[in-house]
Design a binder for this molecule. Structure first.
Ligand code: IMP
Length: 423
């Protein structure tokens, strides 16, 4: 039985949470494979809006088991808040939510290091969510990290202390003014760790292997987006994990030949939060309209997202790097009312026109080449089937499918579960 993947193809915030929630009815297990509480996956159903950061988006479905994989980094304090927010839904988290022993822990000092590192960069800052993601993955690859499984050992506090002491020395190394009260942060941390320890820790690669053998259907849930991938994203303005398909193999222990469908999600336009190059970014009324109508504010930080036209050069790159087999287009409804739509089909790059995603897409190297298409006036948000979609939207979809050479299977026309059109 294959493991299907669900990934964001742009700079994150494509709407993965909603789609995982919609698809969960077809799966027995939802497994997050990378990232941490820098993610904010928003779900809306029955008039309720809920944001998840670390917990997989299948948590609201009765029959699905949710696994936090080894590739994820976990902040116990934020995890506890997520659990608290779920209490009112009466979910049996002990039976529905398992955590990999190999997942790494975000310590309070990782968050402080993130803040110190960003402050030291001045204008060149990454625009990090400041959740400690970078420093935690640095400790993981530096072979210094603490893992969930360590919490089951009697000497875990000693290990914690020695790592936190090292971090404090590193914070002092940065010549920046970071105010903090570590004792207070640690009180919250230790309390949250005790809550975390009440959950079920597992050897997730073994669990998933056995589940596959037993014929269970598994969906691997990505976080962030392909253009934030540590290798293939717009480095250094990226996150610190592999957000692309290969990350699901390393982040869950699933072998490449076990991967089935690769479901890629993109918005009908493009957004980015944080710093870094964005060739199709708009600074005019159109960009402002996308942001306002699309309610483009970060689910984790509340920061306004930068908005722009769809970038097919970047999207093709993401489709190829991930081996996407089916596409899902989100927020088509936000483009209703635009007279003309633009789609970037090539870049002017250092004096020549190119159609591939080059090493450096800084604004001084790249200007977008656009194709124009007619927009549509109709409100899509009440539409329920593909035959109701306006002609101009169908033309837009046909054009994208031809360019990307992958079918668009879902068109999302609003944030609610029910506002999902299958094609
Ligand atoms: P970090 O992963 O928090 O260090 O942030 C690195 C970059 O990735 C920043 O530009 C963030 O805004 C961006 N980023 C991280 N997580 C997300 C996400 O879930 N959605 C969108 N952008 C993200």
């Amino acid at each position: 039985m294959a493991v299907d993947l669900l990934l964001g193809l742009q700079w994150g915030d494509e709407g993965k949470g909603k789609i995982v929630d919609v698809l969960t009815q077809d799966y027995d297990i939802i497994a997050r494979f990378q990232g941490g509480p820098n993610a904010g996956h928003t779900l809306e159903f029955d008039g309720i809006k809920h944001v998840l950061h670390t917990i997989p988006s299948g948590i609201f479905h009765k029959n699905a088991v949710n696994v936090v994989g080894n590739g994820v980094v976990i902040d116990p304090v934020i995890f506890k808040k997520e659990l608290d927010a779920l209490k009112k839904f009466n979910l049996d988290v002990n039976a529905k939510l398992f955590i990999s022993r190999k997942a790494h822990l975000i310590l309070p000092t990782h968050r402080l290091l993130d803040a110190a590192s960003e402050a030291s960069k001045g204008k060149a800052k990454i625009g990090s969510t400041l959740k400690g993601i970078g420093p935690t993955y640095m400790d993981k690859t530096g072979r210094n990290g603490m893992r969930i499984g360590d919490l089951e050992l009697s000497d875990w506090k000693e290990k914690y202390r020695s790592l936190a002491n090292k971090h404090e020395a590193m914070i002092n190394f940065y010549d920046v003014d970071i105010q903090y009260d570590l004792a207070e942060l640690e009180t919250d941390f230790f309390k949250a760790v005790e809550e975390l320890k009440k959950l079920t820790f597992i050897d997730s690669e073994e669990y998933l292997y056995q589940a596959q053998k037993a014929g269970k259907k598994i969906l691997a849930e990505g976080a962030q987006g392909s253009l934030l991938d540590i290798d293939f994203g717009t480095y250094p303005f990226v996150t610190s994990s592999n957000t692309t398909a290969a990350g699901a193999c390393t982040g869950l222990g699933v072998a490449p030949n076990q991967i089935g469908a690769v479901k890629g999600i993109f918005k009908a336009y493009t957004t980015r939060v944080g710093s870094g190059p964005f060739p199709t970014e708009l600074f005019d009324e159109d960009g402002e309209t996308m942001g306002r109508v699309g309610n483009e504010f970060g689910a984790t930080t509340g920061r306004p997202r930068r908005c722009g036209w769809l970038d097919l050069v970047a999207l093709k790159y993401a489709v190829r790097v991930n081996g996407v087999t089916e596409l899902m287009m989100m927020k088509g409804d936000v483009l209703s009312g635009f007279k003309k739509l633009k789609v970037c089909t090539a870049y002017n790059y250092k004096g020549e026109q190119i159609e591939h995603f080059p090493y450096n897409i800084e604004a001084e190297n790249v200007t977008p080449v656009y194709s124009e298409m007619a927009g549509w006036k109709e409100d899509l948000t009440k539409m329920t089937s593909a035959d109701q979609l306006p002609k101009e939207l169908n033309d837009y979809i046909d054009f994208l499918e031809k360019e990307l050479e992958v079918p668009i299977k879902i068109v999302s026309v609003g944030p609610d579960r029910t506002q999902t059109i299958l094609r």
